[in-house]
Design a protein around this ligand. Structure first.
Ligand SMILES: [Zn+2]
Ligand SMILES: [Zn+2]
Length: 285
């Protein structure tokens, strides 16, 4: 099983990526939730360009990838599940859930630490919200996320299959919950009991700081409920809400790839970083 996964990891990953991307892209055309404000071709060209760049850089810097780290941990008997005699199914389910919880905490950290928020702004400065937003992260944020994931894998010692399930699932759900798609509201309510829906994550892309600092989950919706960061709907409604951040409204600056790469290094840190919020501005808990 492990051999099969190691050999076919890239194929599984790419297959799911292109499959889910195609489904969401077509769904966005057939049943869009909002009218896009920017040129779709310009945004897609640059957002996808950033994804290609990130993929190449990660391959170059971390050729072994997360699965390689999990294989190393197993070989060295390192990490929790490599030391416990846990049934496989339980180790797999628990690993996927714990890794997802770590991604939630990491996302909160990227909002809380001003220097990290500078990087994460690239994700939030997208002036529209669609399937390509889901993979739009600054290259340095991607590299830092990989290091955090490697550390988590060394501590957790998850089965290889759990790492692949986790990464493929996260990739698929991130594309799903960033999509500009309209889901029947009743269906949205049911799905978001378990998985973050587009309407739930769109709140996180609101220009209002207190909405940006809510709904941090990328896959399972339970973390926001457990940690009290859940916000059901945006104040201005899904069709009228403003997407993006107030300090970056220039279309070219928020779209063009070279300027996205420079974005962390320009301007002041806005009040969006959690510990920079003016506490008397909003009274929400
Ligand atoms: Zn965020
Ligand atoms: Zn997002």
């Amino acid at each position: 099983m492990d051999n099969f996964i190691s050999t076919h990891e890239s194929t599984i990953r790419l297959g799911v990526f292109f499959g889910v991307f195609a489904v969401m892209a077509i769904w966005e055309i057939l049943a869009p939730r909002r009218v896009l404000t920017q040129s779709k071709s310009a945004r897609w060209l640059n957002n996808i360009g950033l994804v290609v760049l990130n993929t190449l850089v990660v391959r170059l810097v971390f050729p072994a990838a997360a699965v390689g780290v999990a294989a190393y941990a197993a070989q060295q008997h390192r990490g929790l599940f490599n030391q416990l005699d846990t049934p496989d199914w339980l180790a797999i389910v628990a690993s996927v859930i714990i890794l997802d919880g770590i991604i939630y905490l990491q996302h909160v950290m990227f909002h809380a630490v001003p220097a990290f928020w500078r990087l994460h702004r690239v994700h939030h400065a997208d002036l529209d919200f669609d399937v390509t937003t889901g993979s739009r992260f600054h290259t340095i944020e991607i590299l830092l996320s990989m290091l955090i994931k490697f550390a988590a894998i060394l501590l957790l010692g998850p089965p290889l299959v759990a790492v692949v399930i986790f990464e493929v699932l996260l990739n698929a759900t991130a594309m799903f919950n960033h999509s500009n798609v309209r889901l029947p509201l009743a269906l949205d309510r049911v799905i978001r009991l378990l998985i973050v829906t587009p309407d739930m994550h769109r709140v996180h892309h609101s220009h209002l700081a207190h909405e940006t600092n809510s709904n941090f989950g990328f896959n399972l919706s339970l973390w926001d409920r457990i940690f009290g960061t859940y916000r059901a709907q945006p104040e201005d409604g899904h069709t009228d809400m403003i997407i993006g951040i107030d300090t970056f409204r220039d279309s070219a600056q928020c779209t063009q790839l070279p300027r996205l790469l420079l974005m962390p290094f320009i301007g002041a840190i806005s009040e969006y970083a959690i510990n920079r919020r003016r506490r008397n501005k909003h009274n929400e808990s």
